[in-house]
Design a protein around this ligand. Structure first.
Ligand SMILES: [Zn+2]
Length: 281
C-alpha cells in the first residue's frame, strides 16, 4: 500500500471512531489520557523523535540510561576535538554516539519533557543483589539530578524486567514504576484504577502500524483510559529492530494531536498525567 492510501484509511477510520463517541463522553468527561515515552535515550530519539514531537506540541517522558549519556558525552567531546583539529572548516560535525549526550537530554528538559530513570547501566535487575540494585537506581538518580537539575519520579526497569524485590526497591525511590514487556492490558490503564507500581505500556515496534496505534489512542479517549506508548528508536530509512519509521511516528502524533484538539484526550508526560488523575474529583 502506498502512503496516501494509508493516510486515507487512517483519517476516515479515525473519523468514524470519533463520531461514534457518545455525547456524554464528548461534553462532561475529561476523556482519555495519553503519555508518550522514550526508553534508553538513543540518538534517534533526539535527532528524529524530539523534533517531530515538538512540531505537534507533544511532551513526553524520556527514560535515561545514565552511563550511556556519561559515555556519549565523553566520546562526543573527544570526537568534536578531533574533528576541529583535522577537518576542513566547512565540514559540519555530526555527533555519532549511540546514546544521546547530556546536552541533548537537557534539550528534552528545556522542551518540557519529564526525565525518568532507566537505571545507570541497563542491567536485568532481578539478577542483581539488593546492594547492586540500589546502586543502579541511586547512581541514575544522582547523575540525572546533577546533569538536569531535575529529580526523577518515574522509573522504567530495563527489559521491563522486575521482581517483587526490585519493585519494592524502585518504589522506595520513585513514585511510578512502568512496565515494558508482556503488556497486561496493551498499555490501556483504566483511569479509575491506576496502580502506580504497575503502569502498563504498549511498545511500538518495527511491525506496528500507525492505524492500529491510532485505534488504540481513540479507544483510550472513548473508554477513558490512560494509554502509554513506549518508543525506542526512529529511522528516516529502513527501520532496524526496535525502530519505527519517522513517518509512522508522525502519523501517530498527528492522530493524538487531532483527538486532543477536539477535547477527547489530554497528552502529558507520566508524572503530569498521574497528577491529573490523582487530583481529579
Ligand atoms: Zn531499555
Amino acid at each position: 500500500m502506498n502512503l496516501p492510501g494509508i493516510a486515507t484509511v487512517f483519517w476516515s477510520f479515525l473519523g468514524i471512531l470519533v463520531l461514534s463517541l457518545p455525547d456524554a463522553a464528548l461534553s462532561d468527561s475529561p476523556g482519555g489520557l495519553l503519555s508518550v515515552t522514550f526508553d534508553d535515550a538513543s540518538r534517534s530519539q533526539y535527532e528524529i523523535g524530539l523534533s517531530h514531537a515538538k512540531e505537534f506540541g507533544i511532551r513526553g517522558t524520556l527514560f535515561v540510561v545514565t552511563r550511556g549519556c556519561d559515555d556519549a558525552a565523553k566520546e562526543d567531546a573527544q570526537a568534536r576535538a578531533d574533528h576541529e583539529a583535522t577537518s576542513e572548516k566547512d565540514e559540519v560535525y555530526r555527533p555519532s554516539t549511540w546514546s544521546m549526550t547530556w546536552d541533548e537530554v537537557r534539550l528534552f528538559r528545556d522542551a518540557g519533557w519529564e526525565i525518568g530513570s532507566h537505571t545507570h547501566t541497563h542491567p536485568h535487575l532481578p539478577e542483581l543483589d539488593d546492594a547492586a540494585v540500589m546502586e543502579e537506581m541511586e547512581t541514575a538518580l544522582e547523575r540525572i539530578q546533577a546533569e538536569t537539575g531535575l529529580t526523577p519520579v518515574s522509573f522504567s526497569p530495563p527489559y521491563g524486567d522486575f521482581s517483587q524485590r526490585t519493585l519494592r526497591l524502585a518504589m522506595a525511590r520513585h513514585d511510578y514504576h512502568l512496565l515494558g514487556l508482556g503488556h497486561l492490558n496493551g498499555g490501556q490503564n483504566p483511569i479509575d484504577a491506576v496502580d502506580p507500581t504497575q503502569i502498563d505500556r504498549l511498545g511500538v515496534y518495527t511491525h506496528t502500524d500507525a492505524v492500529s496505534i491510532c485505534g488504540e489512542i481513540a479507544r483510550a479517549a472513548e473508554e477513558e483510559n490512560w494509554l502509554i506508548l513506549m518508543f525506542h528508536g526512529f529511522s528516516e530509512g529502513e527501520p532496524g529492530e526496535y525502530e519505527i519509521r519517522a513517518d509512522t511516528f508522525r502519523e501517530i502524533l498527528a492522530c493524538a494531536h487531532d483527538l486532543e484538539d477536539r477535547g477527547h484526550l489530554r497528552i502529558a508526560p507520566i508524572a503530569e498525567a498521574a497528577h491529573l488523575i490523582e487530583s481529579a474529583p
